[in-house]
Design a protein around this ligand. Structure first.
Ligand code: COA
Ligand code: AMP
Length: 639
């Protein structure tokens, strides 16, 4: 009964019809959807098996994603419509770029990249702050059929180096600096350090000089972005196979090595178009704002590709929900740019709620343009849902997805019909996603019974094709746990009415302020400190960020440093290796960690204990007394 194919649906509504058609006849359903975008060579066949162990969509078709997002919009009469509205409170500037202007800039930058030797299939790493050039860079790669890999600006040099070594880019695009509220973060030294650490070296780096900090350019390797862009001749879009990769986006897995999620061109374009209409209920010409970062999947799908492919205007916001300059920032942007729908992470609204609980900042703005609020990136906690609902009176729509899927697995499909909002639920599976909650034996769970949330294969268009250069990891991470299903890594349940509740990860991935991070990776870094004998890093609840990491460490005998000194070094080490975004600010020394008799650290029990939750003492525990010892150290009542 927790299998969506058996949800009691009664008379077929618009949603049910779409869901059931996509479920029963995926090829026909997605062939029909493919007709809504323009192809250089239209598909004759929708679905086929591929050599990665998964499925391909539209394998015989050809298109160019940047052409679809730009030239096709201009041809359709949108040339003078704003494509991008850049709003940057941190630099106190704004810029509107029309579809015609964006097409011109992208074509010229594509010419610049071509002059540096970039060709179809080459990789280009993009390490940029939230400026229009980040979007222009992504689209310029797509125009050439090159594969971009955007690395979030909050990652440190080491993380950038790991990605450079994996993606092996011909060119890196970057900027002299980013701005975090009032701090200027120099990106170029981070890039230089990353390139010193990396084995792979790109042929060239293109650096956008920002006035807040000029970067030193290395003769022969580094080029000034604007000079090269302005002097380059525009180039036309290169048609690519629908199955050619559009981008690689690295995301945290359970180990220290990030996973390079590979996204295709054709299935992605169809999924973006479909989701703008069905998931977000948008109409071409309206203004969509995803308040995220181009370094995350939300930014890829809904700052860049989705809105532009669908003919919407997209807002690119270089600021925070608070402090730039106050908790009214989001409402200002909405009212100034006539935003129809806003998409952000719950943590952003928790920050706003904390500073403006009574909505006084909100009351300063005319929000009559705003029709809907979308939340994702972490579970929309009921208190934040209720606050938003009471303050805005608008539909407040939780939807669940991940880097791997690229678009919503579950949503309130407002473009088909508006369904009931159940606080805590991401609503229902999106047409195309056959979601099942499975028990450890692979059997569907009963309603309200929690299990592993899985998606029956084939995944719909737009989802990952594989892990970059690692088909085996793709199979073992996602496809082998439950044959025939894709493992999302999330746990959850369906209620009696078929509404899906996604409760959190069942692996070592954590979610800090809507940012996905690996505790496994943090453990590897902490364990590398010479004073550390063993450690465990796990998430504890945080009122603002949802979760934050906590590291418990056991020191080696004879360690001469004070506990405090070791902890400070550990915090600095994780910050230096992963970046500020890891938010690893708490480490604590403990005499020992709870373990099973076979020596496995009991992380789940640790997490429950540290969060002050009730926990059962595991029967496999080696020495139960360690839990009381820890409870005392962490100021928690014993279990
Ligand atoms: N470049 C450099 N540093 C960055 C960065 C970037 N692009 N993004 C974040 N950082 C730094 C921050 O400056 C901060 O550094 P600090 O420890 O020196 O203060 C650290 O990384 C943590 O950043 P963040 O988690 O964003 O915390 P914050 O306290 O600055 O802001 C919120 C908290 C809730 C306001 C903020 O996280 C937010 O707006 N989140 C929205 C969620 C979001 O965009 N999710 C993406 C998926 S939808
Ligand atoms: P990312 O790949 O960074 O987008 O992170 C994906 C993960 O974030 C998912 O696997 C979930 O754990 C979590 N997540 C995203 N959206 C939601 C949501 N609406 N409800 C619950 N968890 C979510």
């Amino acid at each position: 009964m927790s299998d969506t194919s058996t949800v009691d649906k009664g008379a077929r509504s618009f949603y049910q019809r779409a869901y059931e058609d996509a479920d029963a006849h995926p090829e026909a359903f997605w062939m029909e959807q493919s007709r809504r975008i323009q192809w250089h060579k239209a598909p004759q066949k929708a679905l086929s098996s591929n050599t990665h162990g998964g499925h391909d969509w539209y394998a015989d078709a050809e298109l160019n994603t940047a052409w679809l997002a730009l030239d096709a919009q201009v041809a359709a009469g949108r040339g003078d419509q704003a494509a991008l509205i850049y709003d940057s409170p941190v630099t106190q500037s704004q810029q509107t770029i029309t579809f015609s202007q964006l097409t011109q800039r992208v074509s010229k930058l594509a010419g610049a990249l071509a002059s540096l030797g970039v060709q179809r299939g080459d990789r280009v790493v993009i390490y940029m702050p939230m400026v229009p050039e980040a979007v222009i860079g992504m689209l310029a790669c797509a125009r050439l059929g090159a594969i971009h890999s955007v690395v979030f600006g909050g990652f440190a040099a080491h993380e950038l180096a790991v990605r450079i070594d994996d993606a092996k880019p011909r060119v890196v695009l970057s900027a002299s600096c980013g701005i975090e509220v009032d701090k200027v973060i120099r990106y170029k030294p981070l890039l230089d350090n990353a390139l010193s650490a990396a084995s792979h070296q790109p042929d060239a780096c293109l650096i956008l000089q920002r006035p807040q900090a000029k970067a030193e350019l290395q003769e022969g390797r580094d080029h000034d972005w604007m000079t090269l862009e302005l002097q380059s001749a525009p180039v036309d879009a290169v048609p690519v196979k629908a199955t050619d990769p559009l981008y690689i986006l690295y995301t945290s897995g359970t180990t220290g090595k990030p996973k390079g999620v590979v996204r295709d061109n054709g299935g992605h374009a169809v999924a973006m178009h479909y989701s703008m209409e069905v998931v977000y209920g948008m109409r071409p010409g309206e203004v969509f704002w995803a308040a995220s970062d181009v370094g995350w999947v939300v930014g890829h799908s809904y700052i860049v590709y989705g809105p532009l492919i669908y003919g919407c205007t997209s807002v690119l916001y270089e600021g925070k929900p608070v402090k730039t300059p106050d908790a009214g920032a989001f409402w200002r942007v909405i009212s100034e740019h006539k935003v129809t729908a806003l998409f952000t992470a719950p943590t952003a609204f928790r920050a706003v709620k904390k500073e403006d609980p009574n909505g006084e900042q909100m009351a300063r703005y005319d929000l009559s343009c705003l029709k809907r609020l979308f939340l994702a990136g972490e579970r929309l906690d009921p208190p934040t849902y209720h606050w938003l609902k009471e303050r805005t009176g608008l539909p407040v729509l939780d939807h669940w997805w991940q880097t791997e899927t690229g678009w919503a697995i579950a949503c309130n499909p407002v473009g088909l019909e508006v369904m009931e909002e159940k606080p805590g639920s991401a609503t229902v599976p999106t047409p195309g996603f056959h979601v099942s909650v499975l028990d450890p034996d692979g059997q569907p769970c009963a309603p309200t019974q929690q299990g592993a949330v899985c998606i029956r294969q084939p995944l719909p268009p737009g989802c990952l094709q594989t892990i970059w250069q690692d088909d085996q990891r793709f199979l073992t991470s996602y496809l082998s746990a439950y044959p025939g299903y894709y493992l999302t890594g999330d746990g959850g349940y369906f209620d009696e009415e078929g509404f899906l509740f996604v409760m959190g990860r069942i692996d070592d991935v954590i979610n800090v302020a809507g940012h996905r991070l690996s505790t496994g990776e943090m453990e590897e870094i902490v364990a590398s400190h010479p004073a550390v004998a063993e450690c465990a890093v796990f998430a504890i609840d945080d009122e603002l960020k949802g979760q934050v990491p906590l590291g418990l460490v056991v020191l080696k005998d004879g360690c001469e440093q004070t506990e405090q000194a070791v902890c400070e070094e550990l915090v600095a080490l994780v910050r230096a290796q992963i970046g500020a975004v890891a938010c690893f600010k708490q480490a604590q020394v403990v005499p020992r960690l709870p373990k099973t008799r076979s020596g496995k650290i009991l992380r789940r029990t640790l997490r429950q204990l540290a969060n002050g939750e009730d926990y059962a003492v595991p029967s496999t525990i080696d020495d139960p007394a360690v839990l009381d010892e820890l409870a005392e150290r962490l100021n928690q009542p014993p279990g």
